[in-house]
Design a protein around this ligand. Structure first.
Ligand code: G1P
Length: 303
């Protein structure tokens, strides 16, 4: 198989998590609590995302934060007082769980002064990222840990040197919620497509396919220059999709992996509730009991 001339052959080791948004879809819960810290069973959403990055070998994670959202960074800090109390009580299981959050990756932070769009949020990461490829993980969605996606995206990007996306097949009526791609077959196997066009949130009539961009990207550093030249697009925001489309037009190879595993979307109340229930049922410690209760509840919902 061919390897692109721009390919480094090395996997990206840095990730950027844009997390400065106002989370209006989840108000009033998100007035004072960042949506990234809403708990799914007993861990905040953001921890699942950092765990996904760490499991893929990412060691350096930049959180792009905004006003009122610095508590996200605290979650990944040490808590010597809490750790000492757990140690005294001999609660080794919780102690390990608390320590683990500060050992997952090196967490850095920078600010996006104004929420001007996803492309703008990625743009503020430029000086931290430098001149290497990097991953972007959106802060309100994650994939099942048993069906990882990022490792194959990072491997593919190391070979192509271009942009690597991941796609979900969505209902035609849902295209206006996502970036949508037009594609052709690729030389990298059946589940990898070559992207020939990208459009942000098209109406079903305008959508070139039903392949929706999932919130995981591996990008070359040339994206920063493209973002600088990107004008506000859909919703009046500086869109990452538009910056990627500009690189595509200039000849950057763009590929997408069609993801067939389970994606949890916690950005809206319905998806959030589904994630909580699905992950609670899977838990070895409380899954059986919760499932039994849920079955009874569903049979007799007023109970
Ligand atoms: C963003 C992107 C969109 C992508 C989506 C995935 O939209 O702009 O291209 O398909 O994430 O969740 P948002 O959900 O921030 O409106």
């Amino acid at each position: 198989m061919t390897t692109n001339a721009h390919a480094s052959g090395r996997r990206a080791v840095k990730a950027v998590i844009p997390a400065a948004g106002l989370a209006t879809r989840f108000l009033p819960a998100t007035k004072a609590v960042p949506k990234e810290l809403l708990p799914v069973v007993d861990r905040p959403v953001l921890q699942y995302i950092v765990e996904e990055a760490a499991a893929a070998g990412i060691t350096d994670v930049l959180l792009v934060t905004g006003r009122g959202k610095t508590s996200m960074v605290d979650h990944f800090d040490r808590r010597p007082d809490v750790e000492a109390r757990l140690e005294e009580k001999g609660d080794t299981e919780r102690l390990a769980a608390v320590r683990r959050t500060s050992e997952l990756a090196d967490i850095y932070t920078c600010r996006q002064g104004e929420p001007l769009g996803l492309g703008h949020a990625v743009g503020v990461a430029a000086s931290h990222v430098g001149d290497s490829a990097f991953a972007v993980l959106l802060g309100d969605e994650f994939v099942d840990e048993e069906e990882p996606l990022l490792p194959s995206m990072l491997d593919l990007q190391a070979r192509t040197g271009g942009i690597v996306l991941a796609f979900l097949e969505v209902e035609p009526s849902e295209t206006s919620r996502y970036g949508i791609a037009s594609v052709s077959p690729s030389e990298y196997g059946d589940d990898v497509v070559q992207v020939t066009g990208l459009v942000e949130k098209p109406s079903p009539a305008e959508a070139p396919s039903n392949l929706a961009v999932l919130g995981r990207y591996v990008l070359p550093p040339t994206i920063f220059e493209a973002i600088n030249h990107t004008k506000p697009g859909s919703g009046g925001e500086i869109q990452l999709t538009d910056a990627m489309a500009a690189l595509l037009n200039d000849g950057t190879p763009v590929h997408g992996i069609i993801y067939r595993g389970h994606r949890y979307d916690t950005g809206m109340p319905l998806g959030y509730l589904q994630a909580v229930v699905q992950l609670a049922v899977k838990r070895p410690d409380l899954g059986a009991e919760f499932h039994a209760w849920l079955t009874e509840f569903v049979g007799n919902p007023k109970g």
